[in-house]
Write a protein that binds this ligand. Structure first.
Ligand code: FAD
Length: 391
């Protein structure tokens, strides 16, 4: 962060996800006092892999996390898209060192490792209140009420409380539930050693590329995480009654049945999976505003822009939000500037996140085309681009 604000605010952040932690770090670096409220009683390991693109690694490196990040990440050499039924390559983009053109690497990382990295960075910069569910927010006071009945006052409240955000309701003054997207995700990790033991699968470990298999109404993304020790699979398919949770278990047998028409290597990979997590994918149209009119409450991350993970940008956008907010609030010298600075945050961020929400939805259509002329036209265009890439 470039500077410490002349005026110190007491900022109450709701939610200790990737977005809330990034906000705690950036706002503390801007000179503010941070109290962060999280409903979970402990910070534990959840989820599976996550892609961290250069727009985010650039920020993480700036925050002094380059070495820790490198230790737990895998740097993919490229991105391959394959036809679901026979594994034929339809697209290839070389990454690796080429990403240096963006000023920072593309990484694959376990979500728990990513969370720990940000948690360790922010821990000494904030007062963390675990087991503290926020049940009400008074945007005028401004104050938060916890489930225990305790009321906490601050100068500014940041709602980083995810897709079911309570703070969003306080900002908008109405309920605005997220919508099902029609899709759900199975997630599983497989020890890389199991892939290395099979000559048909070993290349997924020996050449650390990200592989996408596109099929009718479904696709699979596969990549290595945890320094190359685990192969992460995300399997997207029509939702058939899952829940929206990082920890809900799905049936591994049902998962295999849902992808039974995918190529033989997928069948081999899925055979090794004993347990899988299942997540209903929800999103929401861009909000009309992220700021309560009194100018003391703002939203960040999935609380204001949940999106399909089909561009791998949900957490990335939350972390960018935090960087911009921290930068703007490092300039505050009197409380009258708070409201205009929050509106500046919204006007810098909302158009970008709205465009990312829309392009993530578009990828749902592109990736999931049924067999037929439109899918053939897509593959033809992608192959042409691949030939140009490899020429
Ligand atoms: P959350 O992670 O939802 O955190 C909200 C926190 O607030 C939680 O800890 C919750 O317990 C707490 N909380 C909620 N309500 C309260 C309350 N009332 N009181 C106190 N605490 C509360 N993004 C990427 O950038 N790259 C990827 O590769 C990627 N892959 C994904 C794959 C899948 C299958 C899915 C589902 C998502 C993926 N995403 C990806 C998106 C990314 O995970 C989310 O966008 C990101 O985690 C949102 O972070 P957040 O901090 O805004 O919200």
């Amino acid at each position: 962060m470039s500077q410490q604000a002349p005026l110190q605010l007491h900022i109450l952040i709701v939610g200790c996800g990737l977005g809330g932690l990034a906000a705690a770090h950036c706002l503390a670096q801007a000179g503010h006092k941070i109290t962060l409220f999280e409903s979970a009683p402990a910070i534990g390991e959840v989820g599976a892999g996550i892609q961290v693109s250069p727009n985010v690694t650039r920020l993480l490196i700036r925050w002094g996390l380059a070495e820790e990040l490198k230790k737990v990440s895998v740097k993919p050499e490229g991105l391959v898209f394959r036809r679901y039924s026979d594994g034929q390559k339809v697209a290839y983009t070389r990454w690796g060192e080429r990403m240096d053109a963006f000023g920072a690497p593309y990484y694959h990382i376990h979500r728990a490792d990513f969370h720990k990295l940000l948690y360790d960075r922010a821990l000494n910069e904030m007062d963390l209140r675990l087991n503290s569910t926020v049940v009400d927010c008074d945007p005028e006071a401004p104050s938060l009420t916890l489930a225990s009945g305790e009321v906490i006052h601050g100068d500014l409240i940041i709602g980083a409380d995810g897709i079911k955000s309570r703070i969003q309701k306080a900002v908008l003054g109405r309920e605005n539930p997220a919508h099902p997207t029609g899709d759900a995700a199975y997630r599983a990790t497989i020890p890389a050693s199991a892939l290395l033991a099979d000559p048909e699968l070993e290349s997924f470990v020996k050449t650390p590329e990200m592989t996408g298999w596109m099929g009718p109404q479904r696709h699979i993304m596969g990549y290595l995480v945890r320094g190359g020790q685990l192969y992460n699979l995300v399997m997207l398919h029509p939702d058939d009654g899952s829940v929206e949770s990082w920890t809900a278990e799905g049936s591994a047998d049902k998962m295999r049945a849902d992808f039974a028409d995918f190529e033989p290597r997928i069948q081999k990979l899925l055979k090794t999976v004993d347990t899988t997590l299942k997540w209903r994918l929800m999103d929401r149209k861009p909000l009309e505003t992220w700021i309560h009119p009194a100018g003391r409450v703002a939203l960040l991350g999935d609380a204001c822009h949940p999106m399909l993970p089909y561009r791998a940008q949900g957490a990335a956008m939350a972390i960018e939000d935090a960087g911009v907010l921290g930068n703007l609030l490092s300039r505050i010298s009197n409380i009258a500037q708070l409201k205009p600075l929050l509106y500046a945050y919204e006007s810098l961020r909302l158009p970008r996140t709205a465009a990312t929400q829309a392009s993530s939805r578009l990828n749902q259509t592109i990736f999931h085309l049924p067999d037929g002329p439109e899918q053939e036209a897509r593959d033809f265009q992608m192959r042409k681009a691949m030939e140009a890439e490899l020429a």
